[in-house]
Write a protein that binds this ligand. Structure first.
Ligand code: FRU
Length: 514
């Protein structure tokens, strides 16, 4: 693949050519290599003829494309979404004298049915052999898919969550050996239904001891005794903003049953381009869990521009670290924060920064200093006291060639009880438009009156912007397709009242594909 095209993200994963959707089978191996598989049609730039593509990385940003890992066996078959685990103890019997055997569990889709199959790899996840006695779960349904497997240590069992998509049910299955599965319970009709449930994930997340800590990802802040799970369920179509989106439910899991902590529905991302996210297998349980999602939406994924140099469609989000925290006025909030990327900084100190940006802005032309077009920016807002805060902080990335831009910002409505609305806008990019390519996105969060500090962190990468607000209490993913390269950034503030301090930083990121 040619990764130089103007729309091709430079620190995000995208397939060499052709069509990609959901991340699949993600795991960390014992040598420290991360494996990403993905729904892949190697013969077209729309979905269909689904395979498992494969890529590997040591740092989750620098990816090496590998050979296709799992192929359909016959015309009309699709290797649909699923997951992978390392069978360290050889529970399956596939791996005598081996501790690094990998088992993938996925949905085999045909016109007649969707069943759950497995395939095993004795070379650490590069090549797979399909199990001779597939399927391992079959219920005579055409809408039964996306197994995500975890290891439940207290009962020494494998657990799979699988979607009965059009019944709005997530089935929980258990197995001693990955081949014989028993239905244990159902979790159903929770949250947003949309028209289908897809891609469930059940994962244990560390709880933060103190959500007001400035740096949530310091391992010292995790309470290892207070283990919680989330069940994440993607819905498509029928998201509130249209098309596909993911939601999560915090709760407890006892090996067979998942019980929600409350009746609330929480969205994983406030944008429209974050779907079918999956959590890596084999990340230590006391660490933040790492996720990657597909940065697109089924409403337009198969219609967006394919890039001038190479016909490919879709990118993944950057890897995110995830923990749970009790935040102001909301318990069990998912905090999602970028997996660290400071190794990609083009300079040790920021390319542009300002420690006090009071009712002014900095304009920085990055056309020559950041040839990748990938950058990171942050806006730190310190207000004393929060209740008196007024004003806005804003960012704009524009093309000096075409005048196109994407932008966003934060309203500091301290007087309204700390309500802090955040917005994103892609309406002024002209490479793609469509009734479903929603222009603007917003969210709100309550700022802790005692914490005062507030941070917005963003990663811009040619045709995708991801923002992380208030230590990841809200995350927003937005793709866009400009006709001209974005090369200028404006970071600014308006109407700040005295006492509000805004400092900004801008770092260039080097391409991991160059
Ligand atoms: C979600 C999904 C899954 C399915 C896969 C097929 O985007 O529809 O439910 O397994 O894509 O590519």
């Amino acid at each position: 693949g040619d990764y130089n095209g103007a729309l091709r993200p430079q620190i995000h994963y995208s397939p060499p050519i052709d069509f990609m959707n959901d991340p699949n089978g993600m795991f960390l191996d014992a040598n420290g290599t991360y494996h990403l598989y993905y729904q892949y049609n190697p013969t077209d730039i729309v979905a269909g003829n689904q395979h498992w593509g494969h890529a590997t990385s040591r740092d989750l940003y620098t990816w090496e494309n590998q050979k296709i890992a799992i192929y359909p066996g016959a015309e009309g078959e699709g290797i649909f979404s699923g997951s992978a685990v390392i069978d360290v103890n050889n529970t399956s019997g596939f791996f005598p004298n081996q501790t690094n055997g990998v088992v993938a569990m996925y949905t085999l889709n045909t016109a007649q049915e969707e069943v759950q199959d497995i395939a095993y790899s004795t070379d650490g996840g590069y090549t797979f052999t399909k199990y001779a006695s597939n399927p391992v779960i079959s219920i005579n349904s055409t809408q039964f898919r996306d197994p995500k497997v975890l290891w439940y240590a207290p009962t020494k069992s494998w657990v799979a969550v699988i979607s009965y998509a059009q019944d709005f049910v997530i089935g929980i299955f258990t197995s001693p050996n990955l081949t014989n599965w028993t239905h244990a319970s159902n979790f159903s009709h929770a949250g947003l239904l949309g028209l289908q449930y897809e891609c469930p994930n059940l994962v244990s997340l560390p709880m933060l001891k103190n959500a007001s800590l400035a740096e949530p990802l310091d391992p010292a802040n995790f309470a290892s005794t207070d283990e919680m799970y989330i069940l994440q369920i993607s819905i498509n179509p029928g998201a509130p903003q249209g098309g596909s989106i993911s939601q999560y439910f915090p709760g407890t899991f006892n090996g067979t049953h998942f019980t929600t902590a409350d009746a609330a529905t929480r969205l994983t991302d406030f944008g429209k381009d974050n779907y079918a996210g999956q959590f890596f297998y084999n990340i230590p349980a006391t660490s933040p869990q790492i996720s990657i999602a597909w940065a697109s939406n089924w409403e337009y994924a198969q219609l967006v521009p394919t890039g001038p140099l190479e016909d490919f469609r879709s990118f993944m989000t950057i890897p995110r670290l995830n923990v749970l925290a009790n935040t102001t006025r909301s318990e069990y909030t998912l905090l999602s924060y970028p997996y660290p990327y400071s190794s990609l900084y083009t300079t040790p100190t920021p390319l542009a920064n300002s420690s006090t940006l009071a009712n002014t802005s900095i304009l920085y032309d990055y056309s020559t200093t950041i040839p990748s077009g990938a950058l990171s920016f942050s806006m730190n807002i310190t207000s004393i006291p929060v209740a008196n805060t007024t004003g806005t902080a804003n960012f704009t990335f524009l093309s000096s060639i075409t005048g196109e831009y994407v932008r966003g910002g934060v309203f500091l409505n301290g007087g309204n009880g700390g309500d802090t609305p955040v917005w994103l806008d892609r309406s002024h990019t002209y490479g793609f438009s469509n009734p479903f390519f929603t222009d603007k996105f917003s969210t709100s969060l309550w700022r802790d009156p005692d914490t005062q500090d507030f941070r917005l962190l963003g990663v811009l990468d040619r045709s995708i912007l991801e923002v992380f607000v208030s230590n990841g209490e809200r995350a927003g993913t937005m793709t866009f397709f400009p006709q001209g390269v974005l090369d200028t950034v404006i970071l600014g503030t308006n109407d700040l009242n005295p006492g509000v301090q805004v400092s900004v930083e801008l770092y260039g990121l080097r391409s991991t594909w160059a």
